[in-house]
Design a protein around this ligand. Structure first.
Ligand SMILES: [Zn+2]
Length: 276
């Protein structure tokens, strides 16, 4: 997992992240590889999904039909994980090759936020789309606009989990600069979705021994080539009787994040993570 640690919190080209995930998967000695991606319904996320296909899925996954392979997908408003989906994905990739070893299953979750240059510097949450200024991610923007769509109600409950009112903290300029609100809401959201996937993995028995890598990310939809931030990485070893979980990455308390820029790239640190 060390090779991926350098990417945590640092905006990185999509191709570089997916290639790093491929290098990691190639190094674990698995008999087979599977992939499951969770991303937002927003059409701007097709680019991120396509890069994962090109750099990870096509080189590593088994053929579904001759010359054709694909990741398991959940595509929902706000990149919400659908409980139980990782169990179905795991069963699909429990191929005969795993009989004498283990398989590696990547679970990549992408929340997203657009970025544009404004008078005050980089501003997140708005995209010039087909000639209009468009909220991006629109689902996460709905959290702050009182939307009562079922998807947004579900997200709102998740943001309040564990007794921490993350939405109020994100909306409070004493904690979060308004121009960074959409970016940090996406970080919180993908982290919380990642935790749900990990809980799900811990609560079922895989069809064959599996090492899971759960990677919550945030796509940065830029005016030019998109990029992404790896928020963290969970390694979950389900090759033995008991699930072993390791995590490295940012947390989900908005008061702990610090945001800076290195040229065009955003870098997010977490005060508590840095002190560990
Ligand atoms: Zn979205």
């Amino acid at each position: 997992m060390d090779s991926l640690d350098a990417l945590i919190g640092v905006e990185t080209p999509l191709e570089v992240v997916s290639a790093a995930l491929r290098t990691f998967a190639e190094g674990v000695g698995a008999a087979a590889v599977g992939a499951y991606q969770v991303c937002c319904s927003d059409e701007s996320e097709c680019i991120c999904s396509g890069v994962l296909d090109r750099e990870f899925v096509f080189p590593l996954l088994p053929d579904l039909k001759p010359g054709c392979c694909g990741a398991f997908h959940t595509v929902t408003l706000g990149a919400r994980y659908e409980w139980g989906a990782v169990r179905v994905a795991e069963e699909h990739f429990a191929t005969p090759e795993v009989r004498d070893g283990f398989k590696f299953l990547l679970v990549k979750i992408n929340a997203h936020a657009a970025v544009e240059r404004a008078a005050e510097g980089w501003r997140y949450g708005w995209l010039q789309r087909y000639g209009n200024e468009s909220a991006c991610c629109g689902a996460l923007a709905g959290l702050f606009e009182g939307s009562l769509l079922p998807a947004i109600v579900e997200l709102r409950e998740l943001f309040a989990s564990g007794g921490l009112d993350r939405l109020s903290l994100l909306a409070d300029p004493r904690w979060v600069e308004p121009r960074y609100r959409a970016l940090l809401a996406a970080v919180v959201s993908t982290h919380l979705q990642g935790m749900r996937v990990v809980r799900d993995i811990q609560e079922f028995v895989p069809a064959s021994p599996t090492v899971f890598l759960v990677v919550p990310c945030v796509t940065i939809n830029r005016p030019g080539a998109d990029a992404e931030i790896v928020v963290g990485q969970y390694g979950i070893d389900r090759t033995g009787a008991k699930a072993e979980v390791r995590y490295a990455g940012l947390g989900n308390d908005p008061t702990a994040y610090r945001v800076r820029h290195d040229g065009d790239r955003v870098i997010i640190t977490d005060e508590r993570w840095a002190k560990r």
